[in-house]
Ligand binder design. Structure first.
Ligand code: ATP
Ligand code: MG
Length: 452
């Protein structure tokens, strides 16, 4: 049973809350001031603290700070009065989960408590993923990492999983933006609703517009029937606008309007459709720089970035590399029915010291290739083909291709080069020293595909 600590100097509120929380099925403890509350905190280690903001001696903000210092996972909800708004904002910045205004509305409080507890469980589960036994976390899509930077991200995911505010995720290519988005979607209140990704680079402006908002028959040449757009398809779920920096100025205006008015029309249509989905946008460019350069609308930027998550490049959190390596080897072994488990010290060291311009994706691809090439259960140094510097061909590993046919080697090599360049075919053709049409032919010949 979850435990909730109530701290309030007003006896009648304290008693009412104690009964209310008991009725909701949680274990309630009460304290009549901050100091008594903190003493109790250490004894009972509650899941949630519900504290009044204004109290003599030690106020709610000090309680909040002390609780968070004691255990960051404990959620704190503040009971505030309307005129406390400045302290309330401060409290939210200090990591309070939410606040509830007096007079307390029981339905709202009930929901807030429920969500706070769910969010606590989630952020705990995410933190465990990292420290716990990897066997347990063979979940294909778990987020791995134990650095402070990653923990900060788990915390943020916990904070927003129970609300629907718009989120902007920034990070270099391959840092895990899509994975984080999916985790937010599938672990939060949107999980039973659709997850709808849209790649904003892939289409022309007209097509992207109709892709997003749908169209009615005859809206433009080729619109032969009514079609729902992604915003509509996302329903109450999540629409993931990947590579948001790439949308045209024109569409930026339209998107802004949709976000502001929370409704839109299909292209060529009259009827308005309400917007209920949460928007998560991602970019591997620095959006505020684009704003400064006048290439991205500032107002749209603010609307999209109500909450931001910045994922640092892998080279800035190298301590995550060992856990990622173990995680990926497990995943790849299962996928390829191999048993590559042993990681020699020097190999791990080499992986830790590499720059990983392509971030986690490059690490995963490099390991996949090494597992493909592995003969036994050891991750061998010779099978790890690293680029010396961005854009450079991979180290020649021909000694290890013994036993492979020339075309098999060619296939592996082209795949690796493409993957490490994020499927930039122009660059890949350059690196490989072949023409683009030849590269296209080889991609077809070997049925190469971009890994997800
Ligand atoms: N912290 C992590 N733990 C486990 N796997 C991860 C982590 N970060 C990234 N990955 C994996 O790395 C690969 C790349 O991640 P993802 O596609 O989410 O990156 P991205 O930031 O969207 O890249 P791009 O900008 O190129 O689209 C995926 O296979 C993903 O599962
Ligand atoms: Mg992506």
């Amino acid at each position: 049973m979850e435990t909730i600590l109530i701290i309030d100097d007003d006896e009648s509120i304290r008693d009412t809350l104690e009964i209310f929380i008991g009725e909701l099925g949680y274990k309630a403890h009460i304290a009549k001031n901050g100091r008594a509350g903190l003493e109790l905190l250490e004894k009972i280690h509650p899941d949630l603290v519900l504290t009044d903001l204004k109290m003599p001696e030690m106020d709610g903000l000090e309680v909040l700070k002390a609780v968070k210092e004691f255990d960051d996972h404990i959620q704190v909800i503040l009971i505030t009065a309307y005129e406390d708004i400045n302290s309330t904002i401060k409290a939210m910045q200090l990591g309070a989960y939410d606040y509830t205004e007096k007079p307390i509305e029981s339905d709202r409080l009930k929901l807030t408590i429920k969500r706070a507890l769910e969010s606590k469980k989630l952020s705990e589960r995410l933190s465990e993923t990292i420290s716990g036994d990897t066997q347990e976390y063979q979940m294909e899509n778990s987020l791995v990492g134990k650095t402070r930077e990653m923990k900060e991200i788990y915390k943020k995911i916990g904070m927003i999983s129970s609300s629907k505010i718009n989120i902007l995720i920034q990070g270099e290519s391959g840092t895990g933006k899509e994975l984080v988005t999916k985790i937010i979607h599938y672990s939060g209140i949107t999980k039973l609703h659709p997850f709808v990704p849209v790649n904003c680079t892939a289409l022309t402006e007209t097509l992207l517009e109709s892709e997003l908002f749908g169209h009615v028959k005859g809206a433009f040449t080729g619109a032969v029937r009514d079609k729902k757009g992604k915003f509509e398809l996302a329903g109450e779920g999540t629409i993931f606008l990947d590579e948001i920096s790439e949308i045209s100025p024109n569409l930026q205006v339209k998107l802004l309007r949709v976000i502001q008015e929370k409704e839109f029309e299909r292209v060529g249509g009259e009827a308005t459709v309400p917007l209920k989905a949460r928007i998560i946008a991602a970019t591997n460019r620095n959006l505020s720089e684009l704003v400064a350069e006048g290439k991205f609308r500032e107002d749209l930027f603010y609307r999209l970035s109500v909450f931001t998550i910045d994922i640092p490049p892998l080279r800035e959190r190298k301590e995550d590399i060992p856990v990622l390596v173990v995680h990926f080897l497990n995943k790849i072994d299962r996928l390829l029915h191999k048993r590559v488990r042993k990681i020699p010290y020097e190999v791990m060291e080499m992986l830790e010291n590499y720059e990983w311009v392509g971030n986690v994706r490059e690490l995963e691809n490099t390991l996949t290739q090494a597992v493909v090439l592995a003969k036994g259960d050891v991750l061998e140094k010779e099978n790890i083909l690293l680029r010396k510097s961005p854009g450079q061909p991979v180290q020649s590993g021909f000694a290890n291709f013994a036993g492979m046919s020339l075309s098999a080697v060619e296939k592996v090599h082209i795949q690796h080069v493409l993957d490490s360049l994020k499927w930039d075919k122009t660059k890949a053709a350059e690196v490989l020293g072949i023409s683009k049409p030849t590269l296209y032919n080889k991609i077809q010949l070997y049925s190469l595909t971009e890994s997800e």
